[in-house]
Write a protein that binds this ligand. Structure first.
Ligand SMILES: C[S@@+](CC[C@H](N)C(=O)[O-])C[C@H]1O[C@@H](n2cnc3c(N)ncnc32)[C@H](O)[C@@H]1O
Length: 259
C-alpha cells in the first residue's frame, strides 16, 4: 500500500484519539457521532461554505458525468441528501437513488427532505447485491472514510459492468496564493461565520474538522491511483478553482480490459 494511501488513512481527525485514527470501529463511531451532532446545521453551514452554489455545482458534475433519466444510483455518504437531491433531479424517479450513510441523524433529514430508500451502514461493507447500480456517487465523504480502497472496491462490486463512479471532493489548493486564501477563508473565516450564524459551537467544530481533513487529504494523483488499483478504468480528475475536484471512473465492461 502506498505512503499516500497510508496518509489518507491516518488523516488527522479533530476530536479523535490517536488509537481511533486507524481503520477501527471506534473511528467509524467517532465520525458517526460527529455527523450526528452536525446534522441540525449541516445544510446551513454548507450554504455558507459554497456561497450558495453547492446545488448548482453538484448537478453540473453529475450531468457532466453523464447521469440521465433511467439510471440507478447509489449515493454513498448521502448525508442530508444534497447530492442525492441533484441526482434525483436528473433521473426524475424517487426510486432511482439509494442513499447510504452511517449517521442516523443525517439520514433522518435525508428521509424528511427526499423520501428515497436509505440504508444505515458503513461504506466499507455495503449490504447490497453486486451489479445493482449504473452510477455510484459520493459527495465530500471520501475524506472521512478510514480506508478508501476498501470503499472503492465495494463501490466497484455494486456497479454494473460499464457503470460509473463520480466522486466530489475538496482538496487543499496547489498554488500558494490559492492555498493562502483557502486557509484564511475555509480554515479561519468560515468556522467563525458558522458559529455566528448558527450560534452553535458544534458548527464551528464541524468547519474546523472539515478544514483539517481538506488540508490533509492525499494528493489528487494518489486518489486517481487508488481508484485505478480498486478496479476502475479511464479514471480522471477535473479541478475547479484549484479547490474542488470531481473524479470519474468506469467499471470495465466484460469486453473491455482494465486500462
Ligand atoms: C460531508 S457529508 C456529505 C453529505 C452529502 N454527500 C453532500 O454532498 O453534502 C459526509 C457524509 O458521509 C458520511 N460518512 C462518513 N464516513 C462514512 C462511512 N465510512 N460510511 C458511510 N457513511 C460515512 C457521514 O455520516 C456524512 O453524512
Amino acid at each position: 500500500m502506498s505512503n499516500d494511501h497510508e496518509r489518507l488513512k491516518m488523516t488527522r481527525l479533530q476530536g479523535l484519539r490517536p488509537e481511533q485514527s486507524a481503520n477501527s470501529p471506534q473511528r467509524l463511531n467517532a465520525v458517526r457521532d460527529l455527523f450526528n451532532r452536525s446534522a441540525p446545521f449541516y445544510d446551513q453551514v454548507n450554504e455558507v461554505f459554497s456561497l450558495r452554489s453547492g446545488a448548482w455545482y453538484r448537478r453540473f458534475c453529475l450531468r457532466r458525468a453523464g447521469l440521465r433519466p433511467g439510471a440507478q444510483v447509489v449515493d454513498i455518504g448521502v448525508g442530508t441528501g444534497l447530492l442525492a437531491r441533484e441526482a434525483l433531479s436528473l433521473t426524475g424517479d424517487p426510486r432511482s437513488v439509494i442513499g447510504i450513510d452511517i449517521s442516523e441523524a443525517m439520514l433522518a433529514i435525508a428521509h424528511k427532505n427526499l423520501g428515497i430508500p436509505l440504508v444505515q451502514c458503513a461504506a466499507e461493507a455495503l449490504p447490497l447485491k453486486p451489479a445493482i447500480a449504473d452510477f455510484v456517487t459520493m459527495g465530500y465523504a471520501l475524506r472521512h472514510v478510514a480506508d478508501l480502497e476498501v470503499v472503492l472496491r465495494e463501490a466497484c462490486r455494486i456497479l454494473q459492468p460499464g457503470g460509473r463512479i463520480v466522486l466530489l471532493e475538496v482538496g487543499a489548493p496547489r498554488f500558494w496564493i490559492n492555498r493562502m486564501l483557502a486557509t484564511a477563508y475555509v480554515g479561519g473565516l468560515l468556522p467563525l461565520l458558522s458559529l455566528l450564524l448558527t450560534r452553535k459551537r458544534g458548527a464551528r467544530t464541524l468547519m474546523r474538522y472539515h478544514w483539517d481533513t481538506i488540508a490533509n487529504i492525499m494528493p489528487r494523483e494518489a486518489i486517481v491511483r487508488v481508484m485505478t488499483e480498486s478496479g476502475f478504468s479511464r479514471v480522471k480528475c477535473e479541478s475547479y478553482f484549484d479547490l474542488f475536484q470531481c473524479y470519474v471512473g468506469d467499471k470495465p465492461s466484460a469486453a473491455q480490459p482494465n486500462a
